[in-house]
Design a protein around this ligand. Structure first.
Ligand code: OSB
Ligand code: MG
Length: 373
C-alpha cells in the first residue's frame, strides 16, 4: 500500500532528565531530541525520534548535523519518492552515507504512519512475537559506591529485571563487585562506552569473575579486531553497541568473533529496516542473542524501542525503562509504565500505540520547521 504524504514537521525539543546521566563520554542533564511528524493525505500521522545528542560524543552525529541532513537531504529525497513504504524510504536514504540517527528518525515516522493507516500495532507489523518486553535499567556513573547501591536498590524495588552499570577507568571493578556482593543473583552487566584498550586486561580479568551477563563495548567505538582478541581471553560474553552501525558490521563481527551479543539501537543503525536486517542475520540466521538498547528517548522513540523488542531474537532484558525513570513529564499519553513483573506492555493500539501530546511537544520545542509536499 502506498502512502501519500502531505506534510512533515520537525521539532527540536529539549527534555530535562530527572537526574544527571553520566557515562565515560560525558554527562547529560538536558538533552535535545528531534521529533519527526509525518502526515498523509487522509490526515493520519506518524512520529519518529532522532536520538543524536548535543555533542559528537557517543557518535559523530549531533542534533545539529541531524537537522541539517534531514532538512537538506532526507526531506528532499522523501518528497521525490511519491510512495512511502519504509523499505523504499530506507533504500532511497542509503545514498546518504552515515548520519544513521537522522535517517532513523524519519524512517521511524514512516513506520508509525504505515502501521496507523493499516490500523495495526507497529510491533505486529514488524513481526513481533510477544506483547510484553523485559525491562532493565541503565545506571550512570555515581559519586560513590554508596550512592550506586542506593540507586540500584531503588530500581530493583520497582521491579526492573536487570541492572546495567556504566563503567570507566577508576569506576569499574570496585562498583561492579559491590553490586554483585549485595545482590549475588541479580542479572548484572557493565557498559564501558569504549573507554578501555587491550592494555587494561587486568580490569577485564577482574570483571570476568563477577558473573556478569555481558560486558558492553569495552574497547574503541569503531573496533572489531581488538574486541575479537578480548573475546578469546575472557569468558564473559562481549556485547557490541557503538561498533555495530549496519548489518555489514554485524556480519564482520560474526566472522571475526568480536561479540556474542548485540545491543540493537535503531538510531545507531539507521532505522527499523536495518534493525530488522541485523535481527535477521544475527538472530534468525546465526542463532545469536540480541536485545534493544536506548538513548534516553522520549516516549516517541521509546515506542519504537518497545516495538522492536517484541522480535523473537531479543533474549535479554532491554534498556527500555518506564517514562518516570527519565522524565517528570513525558510527551506521550499514556506514559510508558513498568508492570509489576518488570515488563513494559506493547500496546494493542495502532502504530507505536501511544498518543503524542502535541502541545507539550510545542512547549518543549526551541526550533520547528514545517514542510508541505
Ligand atoms: O551506551 O547504551 C548506551 C544512553 C545514551 C547513550 C548511550 C547509552 C545510553 C544508555 C541509556 O545506556 C539507556 C537508556 O535509554 O535507558
Ligand atoms: Mg552502550
Amino acid at each position: 500500500m502506498g502512502l501519500e504524504l502531505r506534510r512533515i514537521v520537525v521539532y527540536e525539543v529539549w527534555m530535562r532528565l530527572k537526574s544527571e546521566f553520566r557515562t565515560s563520554f560525558g554527562s547529560t542533564l538536558e538533552r535535545p531530541a528531534l521529533l519527526v511528524r509525518v502526515e498523509e493525505r487522509g490526515g493520519e500521522e506518524g512520529w519518529g525520534e532522532v536520538v543524536a545528542g548535543e555533542g559528537p560524543w557517543y557518535s559523530y552525529e549531533t542534533f545539529q548535523t541531524a537537522w541539517h541532513v534531514i532538512d537538506s537531504y532526507l526531506i528532499p529525497t522523501l518528497s521525490k519518492l511519491g510512495v512511502y513504504e519504509p523499505e523504499r524510504v530506507a533504500r532511497a536514504f542509503s545514498r546518504v552515507r552515515g548520519h544513521n540517527m537522522a535517517k532513523a528518525g524519519v524512517e521511524e515516522a514512516i513506520w508509525d504512519l504505515k502501521a496507523r493507516v493499516e490500523g495495526r500495532p507497529l510491533w505486529e507489523v514488524l513481526g513481533g512475537v510477544r506483547s510484553k518486553v523485559e525491562s532493565g535499567v541503565s545506571i550512570g556513573i555515581q559519586r560513590s559506591v554508596e550512592d550506586l547501591l542506593r540507586v540500584v536498590a531503588g530500581f530493583l524495588e520497582r521491579g526492573y529485571r536487570r541492572v546495567k552499570i556504566k563503567i570507566e577507568p577508576g569506576w569499574d571493578v570496585g562498583p561492579a563487585r559491590a553490586v554483585r556482593r549485595e545482590y549475588p543473583d541479580v542479572p548484572l552487566q557493565v557498559d564501558a562506552n569504549a573507554a578501555y584498550s587491550l592494555a587494561d586486561m587486568q580490569v577485564f580479568r577482574e570483571l570476568d569473575k563477577l558473573d556478569l551477563l555481558m560486558i558492553e563495548q569495552p574497547l574503541h567505538y569503531d573496533d572489531l579486531i581488538d574486541h575479537a582478541e578480548l573475546a578469546r581471553i575472557i569468558s564473559t560474553p562481549i556485547c557490541l553497541d557503538e561498533s555495530i552501525k549496519s548489518v555489514r558490521d554485524a556480519a564482520a563481527a560474526y566472522k571475526l568473533g568480536s561479540a556474542q551479543v548485540i545491543n540493537l539501537k535503531p538510531g545507531r543503525v539507521g532505522g527499523l529496516v536495518e534493525s530488522l536486517r541485523i535481527h535477521g542475520l544475527w538472530s534468525s540466521s546465526l542463532g545469536r542473542p540480541l536485545w534493544v538498547g536506548g538513548m534516553l528517548e522520549t516516549g516517541v522513540g521509546r515506542g519504537h524501542l518497545v516495538a522492536l523488542a517484541t522480535l523473537p531474537g531479543v533474549r535479554y532484558p532491554n534498556d527500555i525503562s518506564a517514562s518516570d525513570r527519565y522524565y517528570d513529564e513525558d510527551i506521550v499519553e499514556p506514559p510508558w509504565t513498568l508492570n509489576k513483573d518488570g515488563t513494559i506492555t506493547a500496546p494493542s493500539k495502532p502504530g507505536i500505540g501511544v498518543e503524542v501530546l502535541v502541545e507539550r511537544v510545542e512547549r518543549a520545542s526551541r526550533r520547528t520547521k514545517e514542510y508541505r509536499l
